[in-house]
Ligand binder design. Structure first.
Ligand SMILES: *[C@@H]1O[C@H](CO)[C@@H](O)[C@H](O)[C@H]1NC(C)=O
Length: 140
């Protein structure tokens, strides 16, 4: 189990350039309606995984579907931080990691951006981000 994984990590470490579209949120789909206070599974896919990264998942308000803050400048309210260790699963073509986050219970109704920011290991490359717009319904 460990040997193929080490080989895989060594091979991917040599692939230097990471394109932004290689990182994406496969789930929840855009404009998913979620109740404030509820949990959601964030499925983060990386088509060209690096050997070492941390991920931050944050949520922030949007003015409209096309006007959300730049998640790399401001990830918003952080819901999750931890290592990004995507795995290969039978139900997907690319390696992914599921992370469960909770939408804050006091979050107001409206469009919100869920953003995942990847922090590569020191010197391994530029930070990268993926985003999805959600439609949050206040629980009040
Ligand atoms: C990851 O989450 C998705 C969506 O909830 C689910 O369909 C899938 O089975 C999960 N995969 C794993 C490995 O838990």
């Amino acid at each position: 189990m460990l040997k193929p994984l080490v080989k895989f990590l060594c091979a991917t470490a040599l692939t230097s350039a990471v394109l932004a579209q290689d990182l994406f949120i496969a789930s929840p789909p855009p404009y998913t309606i979620l109740l404030a206070g509820s949990q959601v599974t964030v499925q983060l896919v990386d088509k060209s995984p690096h050997n070492r990264a941390d991920v931050w998942i944050g949520i922030e308000y949007c003015k409209s579907g096309s006007q959300c803050p730049d998640v790399l400048q401001d990830p918003g309210q952080i819901l999750y931080t931890g290592p990004y260790t995507p795995g290969h699963h039978e139900d997907a073509d690319y390696a992914y990691q599921n992370m469960t986050v909770t939408i804050p219970s006091s979050w107001p109704s409206g469009l919100a951006q869920l953003g995942a920011v990847m922090i590569w290991g020191l010197g391994a490359g530029q930070d990268d981000a993926a985003r999805v717009i959600l439609d949050v319904v206040s629980s009040k």
